[in-house]
Design a protein. Structure first.
Ligand SMILES: Cc1cc2nc3c(=O)[nH]c(=O)nc-3n(C[C@H](O)[C@H](O)[C@H](O)COP(=O)(O)O)c2cc1C
Length: 312
């Protein structure tokens, strides 16, 4: 039975119908999921990373399946800002869900240029700054591993996006993720998203070569979920809770129970990535499952659940 209860959330000032997003890079630019689900049922949609110029990405093979997960080394392949504005923005303009554009680049100026061009677009609720891509030679993850750079890129982009929500996407590949989270908040981030993928490798023992042409790729999917839950809980306790900054938690979410785990750990909203390749449209089931959990536990608002992990 469909449970008709309100699971809307306030995410950094944006009202969302529910706390479920699709994750960057796993659902294209908005129209690719249409055969599987009504994108408008999502709390939020995040585009594939957009860079100033189109990028072909890395050589193939750039995807390989692993136990309970996958590695990707796509290398930020994307259509570039101009084509995005001409061809994809009109599609996104028709959506009623909150749209976030994921921005990437090789230099701070490139990030700023992309965000500045899109900041005035009414169809866009906010931006997700990808400072955590492990699969590119220049830029990408380097902004996300150095606190001073993380703060600088955040503040430079915040200057141009004005009132739009600026979410900064963190890498798990650091000694202390809270240090980078703090730097992003100090730089003006309105929200944090974590985590991006974990750098990993698969070897073909016959050829003794790495399976991916890039040698390494980012591990995602259920295999990373317990680590991601821990990192969300750590950033929630050490940074986000104190300053009231919401977290988008992601990493291996496949079911409503997975999503609720992230929320209890401290996420205000959650993202579904790799699971879209296994079961496109699973977000619908996850939204319904969260509602059922709230009814069963007599939870009146998602806010009550956020960071509600009990001691002991
Ligand atoms: C094929 C693929 C492409 C991705 N592309 C991007 C991207 O362009 N930008 C980005 O910020 N994250 C990208 N990600 C990372 C996901 O958004 C997400 O952070 C990560 O996969 C962990 O979530 P999951 O385990 O639910 O997939 C990509 C992930 C996959 C699997």
């Amino acid at each position: 039975m469909k449970q008709d209860i309100d699971i809307s959330v306030d995410f950094a000032g944006v009202r969302l119908a529910n706390p479920v997003f699709t994750a960057s890079g796993t659902c294209g630019y908005g129209d690719e999921l249409a055969d599987f689900m009504d994108v408008n049922v999502l709390g939020g949609f995040i585009t594939k990373s957009i860079t100033l110029k189109p990028r072909k990405g890395n050589a193939t093979p750039r995807i390989v399946e692993t136990d309970s997960g996958m590695l990707n080394a796509i290398g930020l392949a994307n259509i570039g800002l101009d084509t995005f504005v001409e061809e994809k923005l009109p599609v996104l303009e028709k959506l009623s869900t909150a749209v976030f554009v994921n921005v990437a680049g090789e230099t701070i100026d490139e990030y700023v240029a992309v965000a500045q061009r899109l900041a005035g677009e009414a169809a866009i609720a906010g931006f997700e700054l990808n400072i955590s891509c492990p699969n590119v030679a220049k830029g990408g993850i380097s902004f996300g591993t150095e606190p001073l750079q993380a703060a600088e890129i955040t503040s430079r982009v915040k200057e141009v996006v004005g009132e739009k929500v600026l979410m900064v996407k963190l890498s798990p590949a650091v000694t202390d993720i809270s240090v980078i989270a703090r730097a992003a908040v100090d730089g003006g981030a309105d929200a944090l998203s974590l985590v991006n993928t974990f750098t990993a490798m698969v070897i073909d023992i016959e050829s003794r070569k790495a399976v991916l042409a890039n040698r390494t790729g980012g591990l995602s999917g259920p295999a990373i979920k317990p680590i991601a839950v821990h990192l969300v809980n750590k950033v929630y306790n050490e940074v986000a809770k104190g300053c009231g900054i919401p977290i988008l938690g992601l990493g291996g979410i496949r079911t409503a129970s997975d999503a609720v785990e992230f929320i209890i750990a401290g996420a205000s909203v959650v993202g579904i990535g790799t699971a879209n390749f296994i079961e496109p449209g699973c977000a619908v089931k996850i939204i319904e499952g969260i509602k059922k959990y709230c009814v069963r536990k007599e939870i009146k608002s998602i806010k009550e659940l956020v960071g509600s992990l009990e001691a002991g």
